[in-house]
Design a binder for this molecule. Structure first.
Ligand SMILES: Cc1cc2nc3c(=O)[nH]c(=O)nc-3n(C[C@H](O)[C@H](O)[C@H](O)COP(=O)(O)OP(=O)(O)OC[C@H]3O[C@@H](n4cnc5c(N)ncnc54)[C@H](O)[C@@H]3O)c2cc1C
Length: 442
């Protein structure tokens, strides 16, 4: 049930020594490797499955400033600037197109919340504007819903998850990065309390710097080294349609569906705010950290007890580096989609757009979204383990924000001036008793 993704070749041999090892070949890991290589560092990307096999190929492809947590606004604003030049920079097509992005609603209370968000966003020079019902209808011809209003950000965009990470990985390779797929990183070696090597299932790479960009696996990777990283995953489902009649280039977030036109002429469809969380032992381990966020979002999350609890319970928390690790036991996390949620989203889309009445579903899949307690990422050195860096916990927004997030990660590793203030993304907030609360959930 994995969605299609452009394939990337692996390099045959692991280098013995590199400046930086990146653990995880998603969009964050590959882009970080690309920016590090631009700074003339030698880099190896270690991926347990294949490039973009997890969240980075399963997402909706929205690159949005609209509705963002204000702590992320400087980073996403820089990202949209970087996206605009990325196809040319990487010499390939990421699928990025600056199409704008629209939220619509029938609820006056929701509109009032959007207006409040817009007030705050103005401080960050975000070009979003509030739409009246008439303006929303004008921007969405063919839509038969009577919207009360909307939010429109003309300089937001969309990219193709099936293409983007592969194009970036190939560009990184041309700069000298080596890419190692079906190659799990089992853990770290240290000397005098600092990182000295990464042990993989195919051998050991000596290095002074490791960037953990392991998506939903980062917490487990950290725990092997006694580092606490509160992180959980929620399941979100997606479908794509066969090519169909044109409705809009702009991704549309409606209350009962989300839709993005794809470059292949089909649509990627989902239901915003309809994620499910399967209870796992980590939910109890991190209950205090996640409780405020859960209370805020509980209407949008279905909590379930399933076999996942017992699978996670059986997963070791410590393993020797010369034996098979949990990462090799699950090459690609490929959860089953929630068919009922997808059927509903599709029915709602067809009701809104009668021109899509006969659209055919080509494929359905799901992905596990890694979330932090305050729903913003950790992009940071880990002060207690010199040489170890994190770029993870993107909480469902990591595709659009990836260019600036990865550049920031690279700058933190090289000690260059960061493109935005990194303080909101510091790792220490996860462990110093800071009250972690998501800010905006539009
Ligand atoms: C259904 C869905 C819809 C989404 N929609 C959007 C959207 O529209 N816009 C947006 O901005 N974001 C969206 N997101 C979120 C976005 O996809 C993620 O935030 C982003 O892809 C995270 O990238 P990543 O590189 O951190 O993680 P991932 O893509 O998950 O990559 C992590 C990689 O690390 C590898 N790995 C883990 N452990 C190890 C190890 N020990 N050794 C080697 N490799 C390892 C994994 O195999 C994986 O490939 C969505 C996510 C989902 C699931």
């Amino acid at each position: 049930m994995s969605p299609p993704v452009n394939a990337v070749k692996s390099d045959e041999r692991l280098p013995a020594t590199v400046d930086v090892v990146v653990v995880g070949g998603g969009i964050i890991g590959c882009l970080s490797a690309y920016y590090l290589a631009l700074k003339r560092l030698s880099v190896a990307v270690i991926e347990k499955g294949y490039i973009a096999c997890e969240q980075s190929s399963r997402n909706w492809g929205w690159c949005r400033q609209t509705g963002r947590d204000s702590r992320e606004l400087p980073l996403i604003r820089e990202s949209l600037i970087l996206w605009a030049g990325l196809n040319e920079a990487v010499g390939g097509d990421t699928g990025f197109r600056r199409t704008g992005l629209i939220y619509v609603t029938k609820d006056a209370g929701v509109l009032a919340r959007w207006e409040e968000w817009l007030e705050k966003a103005r401080d960050y020079q975000i070009q979003t504007r509030l739409l009246s019902g008439g303006e929303a209808r004008g921007l969405l011809p063919g839509c038969e819903e009577a919207w009360a209003g909307g939010l429109h950000t003309a300089n937001d965009g969309r990219a193709e998850p099936a293409m983007a990470t592969a194009a970036i990985a190939e560009a990184a390779r041309r700069l000298g990065v080596t890419l190692h797929q079906s190659c799990a990183a089992r853990g770290l070696e240290t000397e005098a309390g600092a990182v000295s090597a990464v042990v993989t299932e195919k051998g050991t790479l000596r290095t002074r710097a490791v960037l953990c960009a392991a998506g939903g696996w980062s917490s487990l990777f950290c725990r092997r080294h006694e580092l606490e990283l509160p992180q959980l995953s929620v399941r979100a489902s997606v479908l794509r349609t066969e090519p169909a009649a044109y409705i809009a280039d702009t991704p549309i977030s409606a209350p009962s569906f989300g839709v993005r036109r794809r470059l292949d002429g089909g649509y990627t469809v989902g239901f915003r705010g309809h994620a499910s969380f399967e209870l796992i032992p980590d939910a109890f381990r991190y209950i205090r950290a996640f409780w405020p966020g859960y209370v805020q979002e509980r209407e949008n999350i279905k909590v379930k007890l399933s076999a996942a609890f017992f699978e996670a319970l059986a997963r070791p928390r410590h393993w020797p580096l010369d034996a098979i690790s949990p990462f090799e036991r699950m090459r690609v996390l490929d959860p089953a989609p929630d068919q009922a949620v997808l059927d509903l989203a599709l029915a709602n889309l067809k009701a809104a757009y009668p021109v899509l009445r006969d659209v055919k579903v080509a494929e359905r899949w799901a992905g596990m979204i890694d979330v932090t307690p305050d729903a913003i990422p950790v992009i940071s050195p880990v002060e207690t383990l010199p040489g170890f860096y994190l770029a993870t916990g993107f909480s469902g927004h990591g595709f659009g924000i990836a260019p600036a997030a990865a550049r920031l990660a690279a700058e933190l590793i090289t000690g260059d001036t960061p493109l935005v203030d990194p303080a909101p993304f510091r790792y220490s907030r996860m462990i110093d008793g800071t009250r972690l609360v998501p800010q905006t959930g539009l």
